[in-house]
Write a protein that binds this ligand. Structure first.
Ligand SMILES: C=C(OP(=O)(O)O)C(=O)O
Ligand SMILES: [Mg+2]
Length: 574
């Protein structure tokens, strides 16, 4: 029977395909004593053989569909399975303790993980802990007779149904077959939503119950425009959504016509609409969607896509590729923003009660200057090949900015002294995403060349509401006058010092927010590439003097988020 699922619209578009459940099976077991030791050892070897065969297949498929580099992680898994010390320890454990293989596997694995994690001076070995965890899971599934999902084996069109999707889950998915996502967790600015937008596939997140309501292979429709999932659609539903998909395609074709146009308002004022990217691979989509710049290159994806810290040369190549791909248009690279919900297996961070309030972004960079300086050198070397700007994430104080800028200047001077070509002018700015920084924007504007407002975090920190938590998603209120006042303060402070202000949080691509931002005088709008032409089309219909009046009312008279929505809708006929 048809069932509807309500969620948060996270990525535009409509798709229909079979469900693929990317959920972890229950791997719990109880400890048991055994009499027939040999039978238990045989059971272990059977599970090892089955795991090996499965890994071989997964590796081959991953190499074909995702590339050799992505497939290499599975080599490390196979090596552990082939390691006589690992399997031998389990075998001896069974013989010595006369308990079931599951229990011994769990104990041996815990020892290995602890040993690898303790190697704090060797990040490469520390990373093996994650591999041991993965292999243990696979072996356990075979001992327990349950099936693990192997997303890299997908070879037909599917909609992925998951509790949540991490960037590393997403890296294993083949764009050719994955037509959409539905997740239980997450909000519009969670990273799974951002990934869906960069993959240009429809997605809904925060449904709370997708994984419990949807069964494997069931037909589902994802309506990423309306935030609705339809399970087992009726003939009428299929007709209705196929028509909606066609209408959406027609609308997109209309927007396409603006691809090579500038972003100009009805009264002839020009602005910049730019793209947010995660890797140089996203550049073609940015160009294809008519981006006039890259307003945010989330460089942490280079670190997350790698099995160890990316070297200076690897980073240099990636930045150079992005700069060349944008062909002289500005590319704003944000230095590494790790921490919060973005982890690196090879850079274990301390366990924290509140990771979003903890050791992250510029705080790590200022502490781990080895990592920061490598990144800055790679950026400076790449600057020769295009129009680079650099910004620092999560700046809270003037001193943090000054410290980061001083390190940048040191590395710049060293390269110049060594005769390395470096661009004459590189703007160095900062993300404005911490309320304390927005409050002293006038002070920061003296040092930063530009501000890029990160509403995703600015809203989360202003409202004290986790951006990925669907239970408090009602507090994600971009138009709340409190947020608008911080935004206005930031833009005014930048302009007073002759600097520019942009926005790279998701609100920059939001049709209700954009009229207000135009009225506040925001210069640059950086968003998911797929939103650019929609926003450019909207801006062409708006008059900046009219929007200034709307913005004034929104900042001074409105009391709530809803007041601003109503005000903008009425003024812009949306
Ligand atoms: C753009 C932002 O950064 P991220 O989403 O990567 O935290 C933001 O916080 O608005
Ligand atoms: Mg942020």
């Amino acid at each position: 029977m048809t069932e509807m699922l309500k969620g948060i619209a996270a990525s535009d578009g409509i798709a229909r395909a079979k469900a693929y459940l990317l959920v972890q099976p229950d791997l719990s077991f109880s400890k048991k004593s055994i009499d027939d030791v040999q039978a238990e050892v045989d059971r272990l070897h059977k599970a090892v053989a089955a795991s090996s065969a499965e890994l071989k297949l997964v590796r081959e498929t991953a190499a074909k569909s995702l590339g050799e580099e992505e497939a290499q992680v599975f080599d490390a898994h196979m090596m552990i399975l082939d390691d006589p010390e690992f399997v031998g320890a389990i075998e001896s454990g069974i013989k010595d303790k006369k308990v079931n293989a599951e229990q011994v596997l769990s104990d041996v694995s815990a020892n290995f993980i602890q040993m690898f994690e303790a190697m704090t001076d060797n990040p490469y070995m520390q990373e093996r802990a994650a591999d041991v965890r993965d292999v243990t899971k696979r072996l356990m599934s075979h001992l327990l007779g349950v099936t693990l999902p192997n997303p890299s084996l997908i070879d037909e069109e599917v909609i992925i149904i998951a509790h949540d999707l991490t960037p590393s889950d997403t890296a294993q998915l083949n764009r050719k077959y994955v037509k959409g996502f539905i997740t239980d967790l997450g909000g519009r600015t969670s990273h799974s939503a951002i990934m869906a937008r960069s993959l240009e596939i429809p997605a809904i997140v925060g449904t709370e119950k997708a994984t419990s309501e949807i069964k494997e292979d069931q037909m589902v429709i994802v309506d990423g425009n309306g935030g609705v999932g339809v399970i087992d659609p009726s003939v009428d539903d299929v007709k209705k959504y196929d028509q909606a998909a066609k209408d959406f395609a027609a609308q997109k074709a209309e927007w396409e016509k603006l691809k090579n146009e500038k972003t100009i308002t009805k009264d002839g004022k020009s602005f910049i609409t730019a793209a947010n990217i995660g890797t140089p691979n996203d550049v073609p989509a940015a160009v294809d969607n008519g981006a006039e710049a890259v307003g945010l290159f989330r460089s942490e994806f280079l670190y997350m896509d790698s099995a160890e810290l990316p070297t200076e040369d690897e980073q240099f190549k990636a930045y150079k590729a992005a700069l060349e791909g944008m062909n002289g248009k500005q590319v704003v690279v944000r230095t590494m923003d790790i921490g919060g919900d973005k982890h690196l297996s090879y850079l274990p961070l301390p366990e924290e009660m509140n990771p979003f309030l903890g050791y992250r972004a510029i705080r790590i960079s200022l502490d781990r200057q080895d990592i920061f300086r490598t990144q800055l050198r790679a950026l400076l070397r790449a600057s020769h090949y295009g129009n680079l700007a650099i910004m620092f994430p999560m700046i809270a104080t003037v001193n943090e900015f000054k410290q980061a800028k001083a390190i940048y200047e040191e590395e710049r001077q060293k390269l110049i002294d060594a005769g390395t070509p470096v661009a004459d002018k590189i703007e160095v700015g900062m993300m404005m995403e911490i309320p304390a920084a927005a409050v002293i924007a006038d002070k920061l504007a003296k040092y930063a060349d530009f501000f890029s407002i990160g509403t995703n975090d600015l809203i989360q920190y202003s409202m004290a509401a986790d951006r990925g938590n669907e239970h408090v998603s009602y507090l994600y209120q971009p138009y709340n006058p409190s947020i608008l006042r911080l935004v206005k303060r930031t833009i005014d402070a930048a302009h007073k010092e002759g600097k520019w202000a942009g926005m790279c949080g998701e609100a920059a691509g939001d049709p209700i927010m954009v009229p207000v931002l135009l009225g506040l005088g925001l210069d640059e709008y950086s968003m998911s590439a797929t939103s650019i032409l929609k926003i450019r089309s909207l801006m062409r219909r708006l008059d900046t003097a009219d929007m200034k009046k709307i913005a004034d009312q929104a900042v001074t008279e409105a009391e709530t988020n809803e007041d601003v929505i109503n005000l903008v809708k009425k003024a812009t006929n949306q």
